[in-house]
Design a protein around this ligand. Structure first.
Ligand code: DAH
Length: 346
């Protein structure tokens, strides 16, 4: 058999094998077997040395053609197999958009925020406006205008973080009373507001004290406001937060900005018509009173015409009572295991 015939046979066989290759591995085997260093084409070309000088270039050229043709064919087949593999893979990895997704963890309002928002809802329903005041407050508003002059002994209980002599982290939300009174135009109607927010004290943190906590201030000023209005309002708050069957109790107290002043307790247990007074457990939840004339006068309001009531309650305290939280610091640690227990959805 002449070398030409051998080359022709080799070409035809190799073409069939390339076409028949099912995988990239099989194709590679064919390539090595035919075009490799020890492959059949090399084998045939070894016979070239026995050819005449005339025949050699002819056979050489043919061998090159065969090599090129097979190389191209292998490359084509390789692309074909790779595309098929890729398509196969794409098909098997297709995304099923109808599969249920991974639920993203969703946050919720902080438990204190929940209490504040429910109070806001209730007071807005009673026609109050919600007012915000600055947490970095002037001595003037935090103390002086609330009837606590510089030498007032009640300041001792409210030591705080001072930024300068006149600037401090507010110790109470009461300064918002002074700020709102100053602005209010009484010719347009009564002033009814609540002001929730953070307050600060120089306290050593423990289970019931935090150097930062919350208050909701309330203030109503108009003509003919009585202590009965105060009591009715606070009873409505207790009912909505703790339940209709809870009662409140007012005890005389002292605050520089109210006269008379009261401390208000909520019954810890439900109070039925036949519940004996000695069977009621009372828990102190807020301070309140009738606005001191000095507070009105310092804010430019005529105390011979206007009067009102004020209260200050602690949502932290409310939340502790409502949910039986024993350590106030839990509210400020941002531990999700604690916080998710107050999931409104659940
Ligand atoms: N500001 C008082 C405090 O932080 C709470 C308070 C008591 C507010 C009586 C009032 C009030 O408006 O009338 O201890």
């Amino acid at each position: 058999m002449s070398l030409q015939t051998e080359l022709q046979t080799l070409r035809d066989q190799a073409m069939t094998q390339i076409d028949g290759a099912q995988t990239l591995n099989e194709l590679n085997d064919v390539r090595v077997k035919v075009l490799g260093k020890k492959g059949s084409l090399t084998e045939i070309l070894r016979g070239m040395k026995d050819l005449s000088a005339d025949e050699r270039p002819v056979v050489g050229a043919m061998a090159n053609d065969v090599r090129n043709e097979l190389t191209d064919q292998i490359a084509n087949k390789q692309t074909e197999l790779e595309t098929a593999t890729l398509n196969e893979q794409l098909k098997s990895e297709q995304i099923d958009v109808t599969l249920p997704g991974q639920p993203a963890i969703q946050g919720q309002p902080h438990v204190l925020q929940q209490i504040i928002e429910s109070l806001e809802d209730q007071f807005m329903g009673m026609g109050y406006q919600i007012v915000e005041g600055p947490e970095v407050e002037q001595d003037k508003y935090n103390f002086e205008m609330m009837n606590l002059p510089k030498d007032h002994p009640a300041r001792d209980m409210q030591d705080t973080f001072y930024i300068s002599n006149e600037l401090l982290m507010r110790t109470q939300t009461s300064p918002v009373q002074a700020r709102t009174l100053e602005q209010h135009d009484f010719s347009k109607g009564p002033l009814k507001m609540i002001s929730p927010g953070r307050v600060y004290r120089r306290d050593t943190d423990d289970a019931t004290h935090s150097h930062q906590f919350h208050q909701v201030e309330g203030l109503v000023v108009d003509k003919h406001i009585t202590m009965g209005d105060l009591k009715g309002t606070l009873l409505a708050v207790a009912h909505q937060l703790f339940g209709e069957d809870h009662d409140i109790r007012l005890r005389p107290s002292y605050f520089p900005f109210t006269e008379p002043s009261v401390e208000v307790d909520v019954s810890w247990n439900p109070v039925m018509p036949d519940t004996k007074p000695e069977d009621i457990d009372w828990i102190e939840v807020l301070g309140a009173g009738m606005v001191h004339p000095n507070v009105l006068e310092k804010a430019g309001v005529d105390s011979s015409v206007y009067g009102g009531f004020a209260f200050g309650l602690g949502p932290d305290r409310f939340a502790m009572l409502k949910y039986g939280v024993e350590d106030i610091r839990n509210f400020y640690l941002n531990d999700v295991r604690f916080l998710t227990q107050f999931d409104q959805k659940g």
